[in-house]
Design a protein around this ligand. Structure first.
Ligand code: HAM
Length: 424
C-alpha cells in the first residue's frame, strides 16, 4: 500500500521542537500585551474575492500561490495566504473600526503554494499585528519599536531593519509613470517576468531577485524623489524617532513588498544567517485597504513575522529556550491493585501540588521495564507503589539521577515530601 505522507511543503512540528515555538509565541504575546494589543482569531478559509481585492490581482500570491477551491455550494474559497485581509474583513463585519482605534494581533497557519525550500513552506505560521485608525507617524514608530523589542526580549541580535516609503497613491501614480518610461527605454535589459510586470505592476520589477536585472534596477528613478512634503515629513518623523530610540535602520529604496495594499511606510527585518529566505518580519502602512474592502477610509499599519524562520534563527543561535517538560516524578505500579490505586493517588497529589509534573506508568510491565521508562522520561525520582506499600500505606521514593538513599514515605506525607523535592 502506498504510504500516506504529509503534503509537500507542510510540516509536522515534533515534540522536540514545540518548546521553542512555545517560547517564541509566549514572548511575542507578552510583548504585544505590554503595548495594549488584543488578540483576534479569524477563520483559515475566506472568500477568494477577499484576497483578490486586498493583496492585488497582479501579485505572485494571487496569480499563482493561493490554495483556491470550490466548496460544495460552488463558492470559491481560499486558504488564507496571510492575515491582514481577514483581520480587516472581521473588523468591518463587527464594526470594530467605527469611531475608534484598534490595536490587534493574531497568529496561525497561512498557506501559499510556493516552491518549497529552506525557510519557505506551503503551510507556514505567522504572528501578525495590526493598528487601525491612526494616521500619524507616531503609530508607525510604535509598531517598529515593538518589533525591535521583540528581538531584544527573544535575545536575537544581528537583524537589519530595512525601511522605505511607497508614498501615497497619487505620488506612486506619478512615480509609476516615470518608472514605466524608464523601463520601456531599457526593455531589452528586462527579463520576461519584468517585461510583463512593467505594464501591470511596474513597482514589482524593482523587487526582482534576478541578478541579471540588478543593473537596470539600480539605475531606475527613486520614489523618494516623487514624494510631497507631507509624505517626506511622515517618513522623516519615523527615522528621527528610530535614531532617538537607538534603533538602527537602513533605507532601502528598492523595498516594495509583494502585496499591493501598502502605502507610505514599509519595512522588513532581515538576517543573513538563514540563506535566501532571510526576511523574518515584514509589514507597513496600508491606508487604502479598509476602504477598498468596503469600509470608511481608515489608516492602518501592521506587520507579520514568520515563526518558522525565527525558530530556525533561535536554533542557529543555539539559544537555550527549551522549557523543562520532563516530569518531576514517575510512578511505578506493581500489581493489579496498585495500578488502580496509583491513578487515584496521582490525582490526589496533582490536586495538592498544582505545579507537580507527575507521569504515571500505564499499560503494566515488569518492574524492570517500568524503571526503564521512568529513566527515559527524564524524571528525577521514581515513586514505587507495590503490594507491600499498599499494605502499609507508604510509597517508595528512589532517586534516578542522584546517589541518594531510597526513602519510604508515608502516603499521607508524600505531597509534602514532593513539594520539598520540586522546590530544591
Ligand atoms: P509577508 O511579507 O507576505 O507579509 O509575510 C510576512 C512574513 O511571513 C515574511 O517576512 C516571512 O517571515 C513569513 N513568510 C511569508 N511567506 C512564507 C513562506 N512561504 N514560508 C515561511 N515563511 C513565510 C504579510 O503577510 C503581511 N500580511 C504582513 C502585514 C501585516 N503587513 C501589514 N500588516
Amino acid at each position: 500500500m502506498k504510504k500516506i505522507q504529509a503534503i509537500r511543503g507542510m510540516h509536522d512540528i515534533l515534540p522536540e521542537e514545540t518548546a521553542r515555538w512555545r517560547y517564541l509565541e509566549a514572548t511575542v504575546r507578552r510583548v504585544f500585551q505590554r503595548y495594549g494589543y488584543r488578540e483576534i482569531r479569524t477563520p483559515i478559509l475566506e472568500m477568494t474575492e477577499l484576497f483578490k481585492r486586498s493583496i492585488g490581482e497582479v501579485t505572485d500570491i494571487v496569480e499563482k500561490e493561493m490554495y483556491t477551491f470550490e466548496d460544495r455550494n460552488g463558492d470559491s474559497l481560499t486558504l488564507r495566504p496571510e492575515g491582514t485581509a481577514g483581520c480587516v474583513r472581521a473588523c468591518l463585519e463587527h464594526g470594530l473600526l467605527h469611531n475608534q482605534v484598534q490595536r490587534l494581533w493574531y497568529q496561525g497557519p497561512m498557506f501559499r503554494h510556493e516552491r518549497p525550500q529552506k525557510g519557505r513552506y506551503r503551510q507556514f505560521h505567522q504572528i501578525g499585528l495590526e493598528a487601525f485608525g491612526m494616521a500619524g507617524p507616531d503609530i508607525d514608530l510604535e509598531v517598529i519599536l515593538i518589533t525591535a523589542r521583540l528581538w531584544h526580549e527573544l535575545g536575537i541580535q544581528g537583524l537589519e531593519l530595512q525601511l522605505n516609503t511607497l508614498g501615497t497613491p497619487e505620488e506612486r501614480h506619478r512615480y509609476r509613470a516615470a518608472l514605466v518610461d524608464y523601463l520601456r527605454r531599457n526593455e531589452s535589459a528586462l527579463d520576461e517576468d519584468s517585461r510583463r510586470r512593467m505594464e501591470s505592476n511596474p513597482l514589482r520589477v524593482l523587487d526582482s531577485k534576478n541578478p541579471a536585472m540588478a543593473e537596470v534596477i539600480a539605475g531606475a528613478p527613486s520614489l523618494m524623489e516623487y514624494l510631497e512634503e507631507e509624505s517626506r515629513q511622515h517618513f522623516e518623523w519615523i527615522t528621527r524617532g528610530l535614531v532617538e530610540a537607538g534603533v538602527e535602520y537602513v533605507v532601502n529604496p528598492r523595498l516594495v513588498r509583494g502585496l499591493d495594499y501598502y502605502s507610505r511606510t514599509v519595512f522588513e527585518w532581515v538576517t543573513d544567517r538563514l540563506g535566501a529566505q532571510g526576511t523574518v518580519c515584514a509589514g507597513g502602512r496600508y491606508d487604502g485597504l479598509v476602504e477598498q474592502l468596503g469600509g470608511r477610509p481608515t489608516p492602518a499599519i501592521g506587520f507579520a513575522l514568520g515563526i518558522e524562520r525565527l525558530v530556525a534563527l533561535l536554533e542557529a543561535m543555539e539559544k537555550e529556550t527549551v522549557e523543562d517538560d520532563r516530569p518531576h516524578a514517575y510512578l511505578v505500579l506493581v500489581g493489579e491493585a496498585a495500578s488502580e490505586k496509583g491513578l487515584v493517588l496521582a490525582e490526589r497529589l496533582r490536586h495538592r501540588l498544582p505545579d507537580l509534573k507527575l507521569q504515571v506508568n500505564c499499560g503494566g510491565g515488569s518492574f524492570k521495564s517500568q524503571f526503564r521508562r521512568a529513566d527515559r522520561s527524564g524524571a528525577r525520582v521514581a515513586l514505587i507503589l507495590g503490594e507491600a506499600e499498599l499494605a502499609n500505606g507508604t510509597v517508595g521514593l528512589k532517586w534516578l539521577r542522584e546517589d541518594r538513599e531510597q526513602e519510604q514515605v508515608d502516603q499521607e506525607s508524600l505531597a509534602n515530601r514532593l513539594q520539598q523535592i520540586t522546590g530544591e
